[in-house]
Design a protein around this ligand. Structure first.
Ligand code: SF4
Ligand code: SF4
Length: 331
């Protein structure tokens, strides 16, 4: 098994493209904030224009269709075809499992790289308490149907204090599911979430006791596992992805962020105006990315400092890594 920290790459670009914010669910930790991100659904023509902004770099660009629930968009299948003909390096659809508009029948496995299913509990009780009644069954049958049709599938598990106790059961759950990638995420304190307090995030000791070990057990089953580093020692190098990589978080009201932690604030770096990616005047998130602080991520310190801890001299006990810094386990 190979374990590596995935370095940020200047060469590749990631487009996290929220084509609508509408959703059939109201997950407890939903990061969508309609006041900040809009409640409109992009037309297929606008999706084409906005993808066109990045088309010259398409072969180096990973495209992730997001929502809300992206399969609620009636033209998602056409958007996927469009992105395919523009030559994007990879195309992923993140879904809550409900797979609206018969999406599995309207695209083919060679058109996308992954369907990524969100599940936040190993038991129906915990998952559905967080994500909503019927979600566990929707994800399980959605994965089953997608795998049967030949789609590559991955799973995303967002860890909070509500479901950390079920993490150790994940290797058993995913055993015969047929997924090929597994992503562990840490819950964010943003959006229309009920989870607005740092007490819902998992402490350093619990994270480090449970996550790496479970990730290894999942990887032993032939599944590539990715999880955020979260905590760094003072000796570990710190980098802010926004300074060294190209990540664009695009929302249907035209806001484009480089840092997901900023998404609750009008701090976006760019705005798409008349189908042109337009840098925004000061002050915006870009004015913060170069600040060096002993706590590591400056936005973490400003926005969700509850995960920091200080010694008696007021010095941080560890640094918080960029939320996009990942460990990857290759079976
Ligand atoms: S987290 Fe995703 S699936 Fe859940 S309510 Fe928000 S947009 Fe919908
Ligand atoms: S999470 Fe922190 S380190 Fe990462 S892009 Fe945002 S500000 Fe930079």
């Amino acid at each position: 098994m190979k374990k590596q920290t995935v370095a940020f790459s200047r060469q590749s670009t990631n487009l996290f493209f929220h084509i609508l914010t509408r959703c059939n669910l109201r997950c407890a930790h939903c990061y969508i904030n309609r006041d900040q991100h809009g409640s409109n659904t992009l037309s297929l023509e606008t999706i084409r224009e906005w993808l066109g902004i990045f088309a010259s770099k398409a072969k180096d660009t990973n495209l992730i269709f997001l929502g809300g629930e992206p399969t609620l968009h009636p033209d998602l299948a056409s958007a996927v075809s469009m992105a395919g003909s523009m030559g994007f390096k990879s195309i992923t659809i993140d879904t809550n499992g409900f797979l609206f508009h018969n999406i599995l029948d309207n695209i083919t496995p060679d058109q996308i790289d992954f369907f990524s299913f969100s599940l936040d509990g190993v038991s129906k009780g915990i998952n559905d308490a967080i994500r909503g009644e019927g979600c566990f069954d929707a994800v399980m049958s959605g994965i089953g149907n997608a795998v049967k049709k030949g789609f590559s599938c991955s799973m995303i598990y967002t860890v909070s204090e509500k479901n950390i106790h079920e993490v150790s059961k994940l290797p058993e759950l995913v055993k015969d599911l047929g997924i090929s990638r597994f992503f562990i995420q840490v819950v964010g304190l943003r959006g229309e979430s009920e989870i607005t307090d740092a007490k819902h995030q998992v402490s350093k000791s619990i994270w480090q006791d449970i996550i790496p070990k479970t990730a290894e057990q999942i990887a032993e089953q032939g599944i590539i596992v990715t999880y955020p580093k979260v905590f760094l020692t003072h000796e570990d190098p710190f980098e802010c992805a926004a300074n060294v990589a190209n990540n664009y978080f695009i929302f249907p009201n035209g806001r484009v962020y480089q840092c997901p932690l900023c998404e609750d604030f009008p701090f976006h770096s760019y705005e798409i105006i008349d189908n042109v990616l337009t840098p925004r005047p000061k002050i915006n998130e870009t004015n913060f990315f170069s600040l060096q602080i002993p706590e590591g991520c400056v936005m973490n310190k400003l926005i969700q400092p509850g995960n920091l801890s200080y010694d008696d001299n007021g010095f941080p006990r560890y640094k918080i890594a960029c939320c996009m810094l990942k460990e990857e386990l290759q079976p």
